[in-house]
Design a protein around this ligand. Structure first.
Ligand SMILES: [Zn+2]
Length: 328
């Protein structure tokens, strides 16, 4: 671990030690507090000896994100005891349940639009983020977002859950999109540790087909019209990197039958058995052949093409796709 992280964890441990001692003064015979105090002292001693953060069985570094969330860990994921492994699996299953309940309903929240999405985590949980909601006080528009929290596993899925809550509450505040993203970024910066960030595309769509959209460090959003597929590239860095970001929204108009297509790494970075990446040009070409099709058909066509391309190669990452189509 880097020295600032060790310093951060040392401060955390010293603070916890002080709190444990205070609690023990009130209940001196609480054996679980005594055990925790011994564990904290053990971790501080390992820092002193320069052995902190190394697995006690294989001597390899313990996964950084796990250690940041539990500084007392002594074993890497490969060397958990059976009871620790079971506890981790239970936590993961619970996290997966919570995450699946955060997904938006399958039907469009706004009249005049069809929506279809696919959300497929690699493991039990995912750092991918997809949400759609109408604001009860502004029933003529919907908010949509698709993003990807950097990293893998539980740490990124927890940040994804946090980002979900931030946007869910900000949607009700009725800010211009630019201000909403700037505020979400500031709140997210406060909770993310250095190195944790999220790329995303978010926006608002009106009943009459106008879309206001911001791309923060994510793959280009694609607008599928008859005869053309346009890309809307990122104009900013991801959320969670710098609290003082300025965010600029783009405005586009979708006509009947035209779609906005959003996706995560799992689509464009999929490789076939020869090692060739699916890639953006192939995606744009494929979407061109699906222009005008209903949202569900665009989604199904895309998943089918991807499966044919990948054959038996391994899936690289979480896969999330979102299609918003102006109804005819
Ligand atoms: Zn190990």
């Amino acid at each position: 671990m880097a020295p600032p992280e060790i310093d951060f964890l040392r401060d955390q441990l010293i603070d916890r030690r002080r709190r444990l001692q205070t609690a023990l003064q009130a209940t001196p015979d609480n054996s679980s507090l005594t055990e925790l105090l011994a564990e904290v002292d053990g971790a501080l001693a390992r820092m002193q000896q320069g052995r902190y953060g190394l697995c006690e069985i294989c001597q390899e570094p313990i996964e950084r994100d796990r250690l940041l969330s539990d500084p007392l860990l002594r074993y890497c994921l490969d060397h958990l005891s059976p009871s620790e492994r079971q506890a981790l699996e239970r936590d993961l299953e619970l996290a997966a349940q919570i995450q699946s309940q955060l997904l938006p309903p399958r039907e469009s929240p706004l009249e005049g639009w069809e929506v279809a999405y696919n959300y497929q985590p690699m493991g039990l949980v995912s750092g991918d983020y997809c949400d759609l909601m109408a604001d009860p006080q502004q029933p003529d528009r919907m908010f949509f977002v698709l993003g990807d929290v950097a990293g893998k596993g539980v740490a990124s899925s927890m940040l994804m859950t946090h980002l979900h809550a931030i946007f869910r509450s900000l949607v009700r505040v009725h800010l211009p999109l630019e201000d909403m993203v700037a505020m979400a970024n500031r709140i997210f910066c406060e909770s993310a540790l250095a190195g944790q960030y999220a790329t995303l595309v978010c926006g608002r769509a009106t009943r009459t087909g106008e879309i206001e959209l911001h791309n923060a460090g994510h793959w280009p959003a694609l607008v599928v019209r008859r005869g053309s597929v346009e890309r809307i590239d990122s104009t900013n860095v991801p959320l969670g990197m710098f609290p003082a970001g300025q965010f600029v929204a783009r405005r586009i108009q979708l006509h009947a039958g035209e779609s906005l297509f959003l996706y995560t790494d799992g689509l464009v970075e999929t490789r076939n058995p020869a090692g060739t990446e699916f890639g953006l040009p192939r995606l744009m070409e494929m979407l061109g052949t699906l222009a005008g099709a209903p949202a569900e058909d665009v989604l199904a066509g895309c998943l089918r093409t991807l499966a044919e391309f990948r054959q038996d190669a391994r899936r690289p990452d979480d896969l999330t796709l979102l299609v918003l189509r102006r109804a005819e």
